[in-house]
Design a protein around this ligand. Structure first.
Ligand SMILES: Nc1ncnc2c1ncn2[C@@H]1O[C@H](COP(=O)(O)OP(=O)(O)O)[C@@H](O)[C@H]1O
Ligand SMILES: [Mg+2]
Length: 582
């Protein structure tokens, strides 16, 4: 080793007084950066790179402000290029120890998203978006639980505990008021935890009391129980946790009963309720050409709204179809194939001759403040049934909301209660080719003009139209590995380039990157556990009752989660009243 480099070493050693900084969670000092790219923190020799993970929270003490951000990348650096080329015996622990933290060091890229209130513990002042960055040599620390609570809020009626930040025990909360103001997206590959995360979100929405939800429950997972295939157990659904606040509807009564669910209502849909627009949407699943699908409009003209479908399916044979084609001037083969495909719908037991008034009955339940789960039973495996029914019902319900909202604006009646429509396989409704025509596309574009928003659950976000994606206010994404899907989820988000690395490294299960309206900044969470007896107790008790009861986890409270416990004052009052009754 030359003199020069040993000088270098001693110089570095003398400045590493930072080592003595024994404040908890000290990481290192800011050495460079920019607002758009984030800042580079050079790790303190006392902190191993292996102890820092992407996605963890970091605070940086600037000279005026305290910044709060997230680690987006971790790297190794060295201040002397010769390190790579000199024949040093790096296998010798003394030599490598001497070099580590001096000539060779670790760095962490941090995106400082927020500026914290100047006074610690000042709950009035909220963190605000960072418009500047901390200067060089500012000290960086791992964020504390108190910092996390200041930024994301404490669990209460408005803040729902959704999970915990990486490597922390603390409760990370999302703002429920903001969550339901815009549409919500839950993304991730199959088996990553979308359904479990959605159940939690639905409990949050239910507890917020701000909105009702209507869940098109394709795989029968949200109402009466659902499978946890990994643990080989059944988990509870919303109806079991909140029996008085949830109504179950079913398209397949037999399936519901077999699964032990007693549905509140059985849904029937009249042929007359199917409109040509519905057929347009089924083009892909029924494998219809454009011409064939659009000839439904000609049929409606010929037979009249509400009558065309039955009249068409009542035709005796192909010859009759061809005669009709000549009469209404559509291509005979196109009409023939429409006829063939539509006859398939006859096997849906829920389709009946007269109107089923299903939408009206759902609205009645929603108006009573209930959350409605529509179980598809065996029809959930049939995408045609799922698309047909959820689109048809949503259109009618949306119409009713538009009417009610307009009446309320005109001074007659009250505003409809906000409604969140929950759909799975959302890309089937919201791909660029169909989104402009479907009710779901309309709802996404209207924002919440008529008090209706969407919660879309999907494994292929890249297939959802980008216009619709841009309207999704809060996105929760579990692991994704297709580059296009990752890009689609992050599109339009500030810091998307940095978040890409975070998203690509999510655990395969029960971990999600959450960002958008319901949170002040993007965050990776380990999703809150769902499925154990304890989880049900905590969920049904809600945040306030938990602290009021003060007897966390007592078996009595677990069995009767919906009965409030009597306070000493109430007991005294009751006992006095009972005395006088005698
Ligand atoms: N919050 C959670 N609590 C408990 N287990 C979970 C949670 N999230 C995911 N899991 C586990 O991961 C598995 C897959 O989750 P699921 O929500 O069914 O995936 P997806 O809907 O994305 O296909 C579940 O069967 C469960 O074992
Ligand atoms: Mg699922």
């Amino acid at each position: 080793m030359t003199d020069e480099s040993s000088d270098g070493l001693s110089a570095h050693n003398s400045t590493s007084g930072l080592n003595n900084n024994d404040a908890q969670g000290f990481l290192g000092v800011v050495v460079e950066g920019s607002l758009t790219q984030g800042v580079e923190v050079r790790l303190d020799p006392g902190t191993s790179v292996e102890n820092v993970k992407v996605g963890t929270f970091v605070t940086i003490q600037g000279s005026q402000y305290r910044f709060f951000g997230v680690a987006t990348d971790i790297a190794l650096g060295n201040s002397d290029q010769r390190l790579k080329h000199l024949p040093l015996d790096l296998g010798d622990p003394f030599i490598s120890q001497a070099l580590l933290g001096t000539v060779a060091y670790g760095t962490v890229s941090v995106l400082p998203n927020l500026v914290m209130p100047l006074v610690r513990g000042d709950d009035e002042a909220a963190p605000s978006a960072a418009k500047t960055i901390p200067p060089q040599f500012s000290l960086a620390y791992s964020a504390s639980e108190a910092d996390v609570a200041t930024v994301f809020g404490q669990e209460d009626d408005r803040h729902f505990w959704i999970g915990s930040p990486l490597d922390m025990e603390s409760k990370l909360c999302i703002n429920l008021d903001e969550l339901v103001k815009r549409s919500i997206g839950v993304f991730g590959k199959s088996g990553t935890g979308k359904t479990f995360l959605t159940r939690l979100l639905l409990v949050g929405i239910l507890q917020s009391g701000q909105a009702s939800s209507l869940i098109f429950d394709m795989h029968n997972e949200y109402g009466h129980g659902g499978r946890d295939s990994d643990r080989g157990i059944m988990v509870k659904g919303l109806k079991q946790l909140f029996p008085s606040q949830v109504s179950t509807f079913t398209l397949d009564e037999d399936s519901s009963r077999r699964r032990g669910s007693t549905p509140d209502e059985v849904v029937r849909i009249g042929y007359g309720e199917i409109e040509p627009e519905d057929i347009e949407l089924l083009r892909e699943t029924l494998n219809l050409s454009d011409v064939a699908a659009s000839s439904a409009f000609n049929l409606e003209q010929k037979f009249g709204p509400g009558k065309w479908m039955e009249a068409f399916l009542d035709l005796e044979d192909r010859a009759a179809v061809f005669d009709l084609a000549a009469e209404i001037q559509v291509q005979p083969n196109a009409l023939g194939s429409l006829y063939n495909r539509l006859t398939r719908l006859r096997r849906f037991g829920f389709l009946v001759k007269e109107s089923g008034r299903a939408a009206a009955r759902i609205i009645e339940h929603l108006e009573r403040g209930k959350h409605v789960v529509l179980e598809f039973g065996r029809y959930g495996d049939d995408l045609t049934a799922y698309i047909l029914v959820s689109n048809l019902l949503s259109r009618r319900i949306h119409d009713a909301y538009v009417r009610q909202k307009e009446e309320a604006e005109g001074g007659a009646g009250k505003e409809p209660r906000p409604l969140v429509l929950v759909i799975e396989e959302a890309h089937k409704f919201l791909s660029p080719s169909v989104a402009p025509q479907t009710i779901f596309g309309t709802i996404a574009r209207e924002l919440r003009k008529y008090n209706v928003t969407l919660m879309v659950i999907d494994q292929r976000p890249s297939v959802i139209s980008s216009e619709v994606m841009s309207q999704v206010g809060t996105r929760l994404t579990c692991a994704l590995d297709d580059e296009r899907d990752i890009e689609a989820v992050l599109a339009g988000t500030s810091g998307s380039r940095q978040l890409r690395g975070v998203l690509a490294r999510l655990e395969p299960k029960q971990q999600a990157l959450i960002f958008g309206h319901a949170l002040p900044m993007p965050v990776v969470v380990h999703t809150r556990e769902y499925g154990s007896a304890e989880s049900y107790t905590l969920l049904t008790r809600g945040p306030m009752r938990e602290s009021a009861a003060g007897n966390d986890g007592s078996p009595d409270a677990a069995e009767t989660p919906e009965t409030p416990t009597e306070t000493p004052e109430q007991r005294l009052e009751r006992e006095v009243a009972e005395l006088f009754q005698q």
